[in-house]
Write a protein that binds this ligand. Structure first.
Ligand SMILES: Cc1ncc(COP(=O)(O)O)c(C=O)c1O
Length: 365
């Protein structure tokens, strides 16, 4: 072997780790990533004067997050130091798995759920243990407690509402687990909770082992901003402040985030619009033959094909200019596809595509 052929070896458990891919094909209507579809240009939020106040030659001071922190603390009824910011909620999630997971520690996941929880657990060096709930995604108290008893994890993760299934997990189940397993970290991913008008944040005061993640990527229409947050008991905050990378969130991000965080009116409008549009797409899926559709309280809908192949159906939607997500390889999601709610005109296209793809008499070429 030549010297140039020799390479350092990565950690053995990451050697076969695959790249996280979302489908990057061109399509008129992109309803594959659970984003908010209305364009939300950055220029809406900062004046050129405000931009000039952000000095890029300097590292940001703590004051750069003060406005954002104060607004969110008031919104959630918490102390400002209960908030930890990250470059998207994926970053704060990774830190959760670093701090409470890692080598010789386990994360319990109720499958099917957001695929990054398993990946981040592994990146942090920990081990995933799973409870296969399947579809419909009905996490029960008995099932959750039995899984806890069987696996005794260091971290248990609840995604509520859940991705990809679109439904809530009963708060009472999360609280019962947190109470019975006070030494387990109970991570609640609330990326979509505003759509459902539900949160367990007020329960942190009495259940300090609960921590909650939220994101600006969904109802705040700012997936490109990359801003996520973690809400923790004040006693747990210091460990996250200790391990996070210095200046991990740009002052441009926190300045825009502070403006967006004040736009409760936008959030309320989107929640109403989402419900109206979701009902339209849901009804179209229900009318279509060969589909089982699952109720959703979020900005996306899961459906399962009774006989056709998901890859074929996905390709047919693309022929109509509509990119949906094939999630048939997710645990327990055989023959499943997921569609996000788009703008009203995009949903017209989605509905037309549903009707065409599932029509009983396919149009002749
Ligand atoms: C349940 C859930 N949590 C977290 C995220 C990631 O959000 P972010 O863009 O804040 O990293 C997503 C994104 O789709 C998600 O579905």
């Amino acid at each position: 072997m030549r010297v140039s052929d020799r390479l350092p070896r990565p950690r053995a458990d990451l050697e076969t780790f695959s790249v996280y891919r979302t489908q990057q094909v061109a399509a008129d209507v992109r309803v594959n990533a659970n984003e908010w579809a209305d364009p939300n240009p950055a220029g809406r939020y900062l004046t050129s004067r405000e931009l000039d106040d952000i000095l890029l030659n300097r590292y940001p001071s703590a004051a750069a997050t003060a406005d954002l922190r104060a607004t969110l603390a008031t919104r959630y009824g918490i102390a400002p130091d209960q908030l930890i910011f990250g470059n998207g909620s994926n970053e704060v999630l990774l830190n959760v798995f670093f701090v409470f997971g890692g080598h010789a520690r386990t994360t319990l996941l109720f499958q099917p759920t957001y695929s990054m929880h398993a990946r981040l657990t592994q990146i942090a060096g920990g081990t995933v243990v799973e409870e296969h709930v399947g579809l419909p995604y009905d996490v029960t108290l008995d099932g959750a407690l039995a899984a806890m008893d069987r696996t005794r994890p260091n971290i248990v993760t609840f995604t509520s509402p859940n991705n990809p299934t679109g439904n809530l997990i009963d708060d009472a189940i999360i609280l019962a687990v947190a109470e019975r397993y006070a030494e387990t970290l109970v991570l609640v991913d609330e990326a979509y909770s505003d759509f459902a008008g539900n949160t367990v944040v007020p329960q942190i005061a009495t259940h300090p082992n609960i921590i909650v993640t939220k994101t600006f990527s969904k109802v705040h229409a700012a997936a490109g901003l990359r801003l996520g947050l973690l809400i923790v008991d004040p006693r747990i905050g210091d460990i996250f402040r200790a391990i996070q990378l210095p200046y991990n969130v740009s002052p441009l991000t926190t300045a825009v985030g502070a403006k967006i965080a004040k736009r409760d009116d936008d959030v309320q409008r989107r929640i109403v619009e989402c419900a109206t549009q979701r009902a339209r797409v849901y009804a179209a899926l229900q009318r279509a033959p060969g589909i089982e559709v699952f109720p959703s309280v979020t900005n996306f809908i899961l459906f399962r094909l009774t006989d056709r192949q998901p890859a074929d159906v996905h390709a047919k939607f693309l022929e109509h200019g509509v990119l949906i997500r094939d999630i048939s390889m997710w645990p327990g999601c055989a023959r499943c596809l997921r569609v996000s709610i788009g703008t009203p005109s995009e949903n017209d296209r989605v509905i037309a595509a549903i009707e065409a793809v599932f029509s009983k008499t396919p149009a002749r070429a």
